[in-house]
Structure formats: C-alpha cells, structure tokens
Design a protein around this ligand. Structure first.
Ligand SMILES: Nc1ncnc2c1ncn2[C@@H]1O[C@H](COP(=O)(O)OP(=O)(O)O)[C@@H](O)[C@H]1O
Ligand SMILES: O=c1[nH]cc([C@@H]2O[C@H](COP(=O)(O)O)[C@@H](O)[C@H]2O)c(=O)[nH]1
Length: 305
C-alpha cells in the first residue's frame, strides 16, 4: 500500500476549561490540558489509526514540546522521518480557553515555525509526493508552499483543510489542483466572499468552488452536520452525529482522515464514514481518539444508521 502524506502543522495544544462562566480579568479555577495537536499532525495520527502507512512533513523546535510531539506522533504509528527539528525555533502551540459550558471563548495560535516548511525544504521530496496514495495539506502552510505542493502533487488526490478564516485565503490561488476542500462554515464564507446561512447558500458556495476547479467540497457545520457536493452535481447533507460531546476540538481533523480513508468511494458514503470518525473523536476529552479504528467506526455506524 502506498503512503498517505500529510504536510503542515504540529502544535502543542493547551486547553483551559474553566469550572465557572469565565470572569474576564480574573483567574478562573478549572483544568488545563496539554495534548498533541496541529491539523496535519492530527489527520496523520488518525490516518495511522485507520490502518494507513502515513508520513508527516512538519517542523518542530528542539524543545520539550517538540520532543513530546515527536514521541507521541511516532508512537501513534506515523512515519516521522520527514520532520524537521529546528534548534533555533520554538515548537508551535495553540492555546484555547473554554467557559463552563465547554464552548471556546478565545484561541491564540503561535505558529511561526510552520513558515520553515518552504518549497526549498520540500523540493527533494517531489517524487514521494507524486507517488502518494493521497495528500493532505493544511493552510497553516504559506501560500507559496501550498502552491508548490499543489503543483507537485502529480496524480495523487489533494485534500486541503482550510484551518481558519484568515489562513484559508492562502489556498485561493491553487484551488484548481484541489481534489477535496474541507472548510467549516466561517472559512467557506471567508474564502468565497459569499453569504452562508442556508442550504441554498451552501449550494452557491459549492458552485463557486467547483467553477474554480475544486472537485469535492465537504463543508463542516458543527452541530448542524456536513454539506457535501461534487463537481458532477451530486450533493447532500449528513446530519451531525448524536453523541455526548466531550470536546469538539479535533472533530474536523478526524472527519478529514475519514474522507481520505474513503478516497475513491462516492462522496456521500465517504462523508458518512467520516462522520463516524468525528463522532468517536467528539466522545473523548482530547483532540484525538487513541482508540480510533476502522472496526470501531463501522460498529458506530451500524449502531447509528
Ligand atoms: N457539537 C457537535 N455535535 C455533534 N456533532 C458535531 C459537533 N461539533 C462538530 N460535530 C461534527 O464534527 C464535524 C466537524 O466539526 P466542525 O466543528 O464543523 O469542524 P472544525 O473542527 O473543522 O471547525 C461536524 O461536521 C459534525 O459532523
Ligand atoms: O491556526 C490554527 N489553529 C488551530 C490549529 C489546530 O486545530 C486543532 C483543533 O481544531 P478544531 O478546534 O478546529 O477542531 C488543534 O489541534 C490546533 O492545534 C491549527 O493547526 N492551526
């Protein structure tokens, strides 16, 4: 089986969960969790758990968070030979603060090191990229790196996670090379400049993206589920899974791994499997479900037809 390749961020996630409604300007009692994160790293970890030989191209600092991420990601089964450990830079991190209801109140990302994943560093791996079973790029990468990666993808299908409302614009000039784009509602709105409140709006956003060469759109919409659409005209909604949500962090990354696992299958079926992956992740407190497997996803889908 050829490898799945993921290129992008590995972050140390620091999530603070307040035990009360947050009082701004005060020190709120609660729990603080450190966990491996970063979109490309999360997707790679999930792909490995779904049984795929997976290699991650990422950059880490030579510091305690970097060592911990390298160890945890390798232990999950991801090939980390293409991880650059850069002694002069800090490992990227993502800090989120949640109120007593679990909703995220604020997030800050500190991700300068991702800019070190330049076309010059990637160039020796062009043949590996083109030979991959599928490619995942996250928009933490610079516009230049995304453009280079898309241009060197050969026949491998390119999956892109748009990451945030400001970073999503970095893929705008390379949309014609994107096989599957996964924005959330706010990111899709920012990228297209179109309103996005209704099903009709979602169809218009899909049309806009397909006209620019995107083959498949999977628009994740939090508790409202997923709208999907392909360039051949098939589209639909997949309702959100009925689960007790422990943490919504990482659900979109599990969804993406499920979509890559199902590459080549009809998009509606792929989305359903991917929502099973998201459901299992929503049910655990962290960003990734260490027990994710194809068998567990299938079992979940059988119990939730
Ligand atoms: N609160 C929730 N309840 C049920 N399902 C959810 C919830 N939040 C997310 N999901 C599921 O996980 C998917 C990805 O989550 P979403 O928050 O849209 O993505 P992202 O994390 O990329 O912003 C959703 O499309 C939905 O299927
Ligand atoms: O600008 C970014 N914000 C957030 C992430 C990562 O996204 C994941 C959580 O995503 P979400 O809350 O969208 O599920 C975390 O692991 C976090 O490190 C990222 O890579 N880049």
């Amino acid at each position: 089986m050829s490898q799945m390749l993921a290129v992008g961020a590995s972050n140390m996630d620091i999530a603070g969960h307040s035990a009360r409604s947050l009082v701004l300007g005060d020190s709120n009692p609660g729990r603080i969790r450190y966990a491996p994160g970063g979109v490309a790293r999360n997707v790679a970890e999930n792909l490995a758990r779904l049984g795929h030989p997976t290699r991650l191209f990422t950059a880490l600092g030579d510091d305690p968070p970097g060592h911990s991420l390298l160890q945890a990601t390798s232990a999950a089964g991801v090939d980390m030979r293409s991880c650059w450990v850069l002694p002069d830079q800090a490992t990227s991190s993502y800090l989120s603060v949640h109120g007593a209801d679990g909703d995220m109140v604020v997030a800050v990302n500190d991700m300068g090191i991702v800019d070190s994943i330049t076309p010059a560093r990637l160039a020796p791996y062009a043949a590996d990229l083109a030979a991959a079973q599928a490619l995942l790029f996250d928009c933490n990468l610079s516009e230049a790196s995304l453009a280079w990666l898309c241009a060197h993808s050969g026949d491998a299908p390119v999956f892109v996670d748009t990451v945030s409302t400001h970073k999503c614009l970095r893929i705008a000039s390379s949309l014609a090379r994107v096989h599957l784009l996964k924005p959330n509602r706010l990111e899709a709105q920012a990228l297209t400049g179109l309103p996005l409140d209704t099903s009709a709006d979602a169809a218009a956003v899909a049309q806009w993206l397909h006209a620019r060469g995107v083959q498949q759109l999977v628009l994740s919409w939090g508790a409202q589920g997923v709208f999907w659409s392909d360039a051949q005209g098939a589209q639909g909604w997949q309702p959100a899974p009925e689960v007790v949500v422990q943490s919504a962090s990482g659900a979109g990354d599990a969804l993406m791994a499920g979509l890559m696992h199902m590459a080549g299958q009809p998009l509606g079926q792929a989305v359903r499997f991917a929502c099973g992956c998201a459901a299992l992740t929503l049910g655990v407190a962290g960003t990734n479900d260490p027990a994710l497997s194809v068998a567990r996803v299938q079992q979940w889908l059988e119990l939730n037809p």
